[in-house]
Design a protein around this ligand. Structure first.
Ligand code: ADP
Length: 309
């Protein structure tokens, strides 16, 4: 008797790759950048500020430089000596705020121990705040108003949308509550009508909080933290972790073990990472429009391809 090929019933999570979304984002950015250049009379410039030479910041800058080059956005580095004072950094940020040739500003973390990160939040112009960290942008996100949003969680939401993972009504558990990933992601998920649980280092029973989730998002900086025992079969795992283990980049989820258990999972590398960098580029263009109009009120329009009139 002939062997009929069975339908593809191979178990395995859908891979939520960033690549196809990245292609769309690049097109969106190119169109918006052309329009901004015409409207403002100059090409946009993204500045990254590096204080000293912490390796993670240097790595992140390298990936920003690569992404900027790919979309044709000019990157201008500002490097301050490791011995810079809080006042030095504040003065540099004020200079960048006032410099009409600078469109967006990202301060690379970590800062030297002598400089509190608050100086950045308190000094940077919200209109140039491409990572959405200032109280104005964070507050506007909290209130559901248009704002420049932290690129990593925003990219994660767009990755879910792109792969048609439903968010409204879903139970989502976020592991991590940093100001740039976990906490803003939790807010974005509630704005999209998910039921959200936020976990952190002092959460007593992490597995209990993740097992009932339709979406488990993790940004904890802890390789192997999310295991199959913590994830309901068929659930979606959104991994923002970037860890180097034995010279390999791995996420915060045990990808190999989850690949046959989760319903969908972002690979690391190749999942959330490429999207993050492009959302940062798009935020730079959005910042350019915000500076032009003197308001954050139309920022969200950029995401929906409907550019401000
Ligand atoms: P990121 O910028 O990737 O969000 P941070 O180091 O700033 O990274 O934040 C890490 C977050 O992850 C913190 O909120 C911390 O409480 C959480 N976290 C770290 N390790 C664990 C763990 N083992 N279990 C639960 N939460 C964790």
């Amino acid at each position: 008797m002939a062997n009929f090929p069975v339908a593809d019933s191979t178990p395995g999570a859908r891979l939520l790759r960033g690549a196809t979304l990245s292609t769309r984002l690049r097109d969106e950015i190119a169109a918006a950048m052309d329009l901004l250049t015409v409207r403002s009379g100059r090409a946009p410039v993204l500045t990254t500020v590096l204080v000293g030479s912490p390796p993670p910041a240097i790595e992140y800058r390298k990936s920003i430089v690569r992404s900027a080059a790919r979309v044709g956005l000019t990157h201008r580095p500002v490097d301050l000596p490791v011995a810079s004072s809080t006042a030095d950094l504040a003065a540099e940020l004020r200079r960048l705020n006032d410099d009409p040739t600078i469109t967006g500003v990202l301060v690379l973390m970590p800062l030297p121990p002598a400089i509190p990160a608050e100086v950045v939040l308190e000094t940077l112009s919200p209109l140039k705040d491409v990572d959405g960290i200032t109280p104005t942008n964070a507050g506007r996100l909290y209130l559901g108003l248009p704002s420049l949003r932290p690129s990593t969680p925003q990219g994660g939401i767009e990755l879910l949308d792109h792969h048609q993972i439903p968010i409204a009504g879903a139970r989502a558990t976020v592991i991590g509550r940093s100001n740039v990933v976990g906490r803003p992601l939790a807010i974005m998920l509630t704005l999209r009508h998910a039921t959200v649980t936020i976990c952190h280092r002092q959460t007593r029973d992490l597995a209990a909080a993740t097992q009932s989730a339709d979406i488990v998002a993790v940004a904890a900086g802890h390789p192997g933290l999310v295991t199959p025992a913590m994830v309901a079969p068929g659930a979606t795992v959104l991994d923002f972790g970037v860890n180097v283990v034995n010279d390999r980049v791995v996420g915060d989820a045990d990808f190999d073990a989850l690949a046959d258990h989760a319903g969908a999972i972002t690979p690391v590398p190749g999942g959330t990472g490429p999207v993050t960098a492009l959302v940062l580029m798009r935020n730079t263009i959005a910042a350019g429009f915000a500076v032009l109009g003197g308001t954050l009120d139309h920022v969200r329009d950029i995401e929906f391809d409907a550019l401000p009139a």
